[in-house]
Design a binder for this molecule. Structure first.
Ligand code: PPS
Length: 291
């Protein structure tokens, strides 16, 4: 295997990022949204691929020619010497609507998405902090384009301090939640609700987007996006990406609520909860860490 050079994390406009997310910054900030674009926004590992696949199936059904999810739903923020710029991938998308993925905190989303007259639809997915950090830890272990994660306890501390890619989970989910109060075209979803009742969450998505799939179509989509199905689907499971080392951990790892219990010690959990209370002050934003 070629020698691995993991990138460093640094502070950029108040958020921790690596070079892969800053080198195309001007083009990201100047990205021109189109009125029918749908932006899928998440903190990393919150269920981006799951919702992307659902939306792709709702709009475009089964593709005749298989296309990997990262081409169907380009990642706007990224720039990588081997794959190019996410903004270019999005610009090249032939579909209408275009489904576009971002992990940007709300304050860094390109201005063109906030044009009030156009009313861009934005779907935000959030996941409880404990499962989110576990998923992120395993992702950083297997993704050689991510900074070195170190051991679990040091990773957990850095997550609490916002010293992981895309910065503070606490600020990300809270600031997008706040945005929802003033921007009505934002649909805020929870990973836990999707695990509990995928069909119901698809219904809510459809009513937000004004889609009316038939009962058969919806049942088919629920089946297509089941964890086991997506885990084995080469077009959805990222197994075609060479910098991901699936021997360390697969992209579709467990897909569960509550896996944090297999990682947090009792002391880590108590400290996490104490710290959480100081950071999450809005009583209207509640997460479930078990279902
Ligand atoms: S990324 O890299 O930010 O785009 O990752 P993202 O897709 O947001 O998150 C990956 C986690 O989502 C889980 N996942 C699913 N869970 C249940 N059902 C389905 N269909 C599904 N698809 C993806 C995936 O397994 C990762 O979570 P963990 O906890 O690591 O398993």
């Amino acid at each position: 295997m070629a020698e691995v050079h993991r990138p460093e994390l640094f502070d950029f406009h108040g958020v921790s990022l690596t070079q892969y997310f800053t080198e195309n910054w001007e083009n990201v900030q100047n990205f021109q949204a189109r009125p029918d674009d749908i932006l899928i926004a998440t903190y990393p590992k919150a269920g981006t691929t799951w919702v992307s696949n659902i939306l792709d199936l709702l709009y475009f059904g089964q593709r005749e020619k298989p296309i990997p999810i990262y081409e169907r739903v380009p990642f706007m923020d990224v720039f990588h010497p081997e794959i190019g710029a996410g903004t270019d991938w999005a610009d090249k998308l032939p579909t209408s609507p275009r489904l576009i993925k971002t992990h940007l905190p709300v304050q860094l989303v390109p201005k063109s998405f906030w044009n009030k007259n156009a009313g861009y639809d934005i779907v935000y997915v959030a996941r409880n902090a404990k499962d989110n950090v576990v998923s992120f830890f395993h992702f950083d272990r297997m993704n050689m384009d991510q900074p070195e994660p170190g051991d679990w306890s040091s990773y957990l501390e850095r997550f609490k301090q916002g010293k992981v890619l895309y910065g503070s989970w606490y600020d990300h989910v809270s600031n997008w939640w706040k945005k929802k109060q003033t921007y009505s075209n934002l649909h805020y979803m929870f990973f836990e609700d999707m695990v509990e009742d995928t069909g119901q969450e698809i219904d809510k998505l459809c009513s937000f987007l004004g889609l009316t799939p038939s009962v058969e179509e919806k049942t088919r989509i629920v089946g297509e996006v089941h964890f086991d199905k997506m885990k084995n689907d080469k077009m959805a499971n990222y197994s075609t990406i060479s910098v991901f080392d699936f021997k360390i951990s697969p992209f579709m790892r467990k897909g569960k609520v509550g896996d944090w219990k297999n990682h947090f010690t009792v002391a880590q959990n108590e400290e996490f909860d104490e710290d959480y209370k100081t950071k999450m002050k809005d009583p209207t934003l509640q997460f479930r860490t078990e279902i």
